[in-house]
Write a protein that binds this ligand. Structure first.
Ligand SMILES: Cc1cc2nc3c(=O)[nH]c(=O)nc-3n(C[C@H](O)[C@H](O)[C@H](O)COP(=O)(O)OP(=O)(O)OC[C@H]3O[C@@H](n4cnc5c(N)ncnc54)[C@H](O)[C@@H]3O)c2cc1C
Length: 419
């Protein structure tokens, strides 16, 4: 397959663009693989890439019931950051951010990672204290963080209402200059292409409908395209986790499926070159390279598998956006969509072996999953290859919900709507 480079670009420009091979093959499933990965989202494809690249395991299939990129990996609002607080979470997200920084080169695919910076706004002295604590925790872990005053924020984001007349006046903010955005569907395509080049079969429109078991061990899957045997079966299906794992006999996964919506405005001239989160409610916004304001907020608030959302959240996020940026009042909304989120009860993921022999699980990403994509794939591949967690995902066990050793990163308690 052709490398993407200035030379191949020039060559194809001269020969009528007929030299490009498809970015990945469309193979039929084989009867058996060493590893079957269920779910062709960002995390499943990243796992395949790192399994092949770091562990030399290439007899792998990724089974995706729709088309790759049609799940949350292509539906999120693309924010990437590592401004976490706990010693058990921060190193994982920081590792992810470091992988993001080299990802386009690693994949030979432009994922358009843009470290434009992210500011979390504080609207009360208490909130600013919480951000100071988070910044100190980051600094102690060797991750740069800055607390900005209102004047510095005004300078960076002239469109923001930093006056005392604002509905929720801004007192300061936590700034991570290395945070930013990436083009979400390019991430799926880049990982898919790289895994495919290393021999992984990416099999689209192949729905897993059951699990094959022998002597209590999972030995493969039943699919809409026949049975496929596997030495190891990895489940990475985000919002479908409870549903799919029920088929393996797991009925009490600590995951709820909720809809989260994203909104995009009409294209504007450059007006916002950092990502912003609103501290007086739940809103995050950035401007895409095409010019649209990309924003989102809270979950819809009740369980659903529908990939579309409801009006109250649209009103809610628009109200918060205007509380920060009154000048956006005339901007027209262009599109919105929903994704089905895998909300764990402490807001952090599960990347673990088992709980049935032969099975490996990766789920519970809540709002954190896009930024985590590279590290999730990296550590899940390690876990599958070594039958043990990598030190970065060692805290993300399923058993923590039994032992009570949960990861309450935000200190908001064990409810999906609270993180
Ligand atoms: C609107 C929205 C905004 C978000 N914003 C951000 C953000 O700004 N930053 C951030 O870090 N995270 C964000 N997230 C979260 C992030 O997108 C997800 O946590 C992450 O994408 C989930 O992992 P994934 O990419 O593997 O999921 P998905 O892309 O959903 O992949 C799972 C795949 O499994 C497939 N599947 C399901 N059942 C089966 C089956 N039976 N057989 C075969 N395949 C199956 C699905 O079709 C799907 O393609 C957001 C999510 C949404 C919905």
């Amino acid at each position: 397959m052709t490398d993407y480079s200035i030379l191949s670009l020039a060559k194809n420009a001269l020969n009528g663009q007929v030299g490009w091979a498809p970015a990945w093959r469309k193979p039929d499933p084989k009867p058996a693989y060493d590893v079957v990965i269920v779910g062709g989202g960002g995390h499943g494809l990243a796992t395949a890439h790192y399994l092949a690249k770091h562990h030399g395991i290439t007899n792998v299939a990724v089974l995706e019931k729709n088309l790759i990129g049609s799940g949350n990996v292509g539906r999120n609002t693309t924010l990437v950051r590592s401004n976490y607080m706990l010693d058990r979470t921060l190193p994982f997200y920081e590792h992810s951010l470091k992988l993001w920084e080299g990802l386009s080169h690693d994949l030979n695919y432009n994922v358009m990672f843009s470290s434009r910076g992210i500011i979390n706004l504080a609207h009360s002295p208490g909130q600013l204290d919480v951000f100071r604590r988070r910044a100190n925790s980051m600094l102690l872990n060797g991750v740069k963080a800055e607390i900005l005053g209102t004047d510095q924020i005004a300078e960076k984001v002239p469109a923001l209402d930093v006056s005392n007349a604002a509905r929720f006046p801004i007192l300061g903010g936590l700034y991570q200059a290395r945070g930013g955005t990436a083009r979400h569907d390019a991430v799926a395509w880049g990982f898919a292409r790289s895994a495919d080049r290393r021999g992984v079969d990416i099999i689209e429109q192949c729905e897993v409908t059951g699990f094959l078991k022998k002597d209590g061990r999972v030995v493969g899957v039943s699919t809409s395209r026949g049975e496929i045997r596997a030495k190891k079966t990895a489940i990475v299906v985000a919002g479908s986790s409870s549903h799919v794992l029920q088929q393996a006999g797991l009925n009490n996964l600590p995951i709820e499926s909720h809809v989260l919506q994203a909104f995009v405005s009409e294209g504007l001239k450059p007006v916002l070159d950092v990502a912003i989160t609103f501290g007086a409610g739940h809103l995050y916004v950035s401007q895409s390279d095409k010019g649209g304001l990309v924003f989102g907020g809270d979950l819809d608030g009740y369980n659903s598998y529908a990939q579309r959302g409801n009006l109250p959240i649209a009103e809610d996020v628009a109200t918060m956006l205007l509380a920060m940026f009154p000048a956006f009042a005339k901007v027209r909304m262009l599109r919105s969509w929903g994704g089905v989120m895998d909300m764990s009860m402490d807001g952090q993921p599960i990347i673990d072996t088992g709980p049935v022999p032969g099975l490996y699980i990766n789920c519970g990403w809540c709002y954190e999953g896009f930024k985590a994509t590279p590290a999730s794939g990296y550590t899940f591949a390690w876990t599958i290859a070594n039958d043990a967690p990598h030190e970065l995902n060692a805290p993300f066990t399923l058993s923590r919900f039994q032992t009570g050793y949960v990861l309450d990163e935000k200190g908001r308690g064990p409810f999906p709507g609270h993180h």
